[in-house]
Write a protein that binds this ligand. Sequence first.
Ligand SMILES: C[S@@+](CC[C@H](N)C(=O)[O-])C[C@H]1O[C@@H](n2cnc3c(N)ncnc32)[C@H](O)[C@@H]1O
Length: 296
Amino acid sequence: MGAPDQEPVDGVDVSWEAARAANLANWDDRVPLHVEAYGLDTYVDDPEHLSGVVRTDLPVLERHLSGGTLAGLDVCHLQCHIGTDTVSLARAGARVVGVDFSAPALEAAARLASVLGLDAEWVEGDVLEARVLVDEALGADRDFDVVYTSIGTIGWLDDLGAWARQIAALLRPGGVFYIRDGHPMLGTLDETRDELVGRYRYFSDGRALQWDEAATYVGEGTVSATRTYEWSHPLSEIVTVLLDAGLAIEAMHEGRTLPWRFAERMIELPDGDYAWPGAEADIVPCTFTIVARRPA
Ligand SMILES: C[S@@+](CC[C@H](N)C(=O)[O-])C[C@H]1O[C@@H](n2cnc3c(N)ncnc32)[C@H](O)[C@@H]1O
């Protein structure tokens, strides 16, 4: 059993190294739970099956690709976790490299790709050092047509400027970056209340939000390494770091649905996503999507 859950603490001063170590222990612990709960059999049973996240993202991303398809392109998937989205990108025809700092997550991802008979390469380490890690693992000539990251990503990072610079350095000239993630406004809401009530800071100042939680977002199991740290990133910060890294923003979207149950009272939709009940779905955005390009 993990430690009992405690109230989250906002505005915590913690070094990146200490926060990153706590987050890594937590993510390592989640892997066996997620391998059980992510429905990996579906990928084996149905050779056409794509993750719900990639099913949503692919048509949007492909509109920005010159051939209109991911097929034959080199894709770097940042924060790839246990590889369900990565193998889905491979099934869409991409040559994929998954990057994540959790060794057990990458082992699970490699096992999944191997069982499915899909080629994929995996790079272990911090996404904030992704360019040099890819160089060291795969060779300095490995540039990408697409850098992709989706759902549950930048909240784990303190320095978004460093993150954006990795993305720009991984892309070939003309290459496309795609992100969809929880909207920073969603992240301000109190997930325990039975109405929409703001609780957490929207604006960032470098200090972290500290959580102690044994449960994870899928399945019934609990982790032992309960302490995590997250950072809020306003939409203006996300846009600015991408522009500062030299990328040109081509599209932005804000969505009304989420692929995980942010609050108990969210409604499950027929496609497995979640939304606020009734008219509340129009009050606060659930996700943002940005597509950006490294100029040719
Ligand atoms: C919510 S998951 C990724 C979401 C993906 N859509 C999924 O469900 O498979 C977040 C991932 O980020 C990884 N992660 C967190 N912080 C990281 C960091 N600093 N560097 C690399 N990976 C990190 C975790 O190990 C985890 O696999």
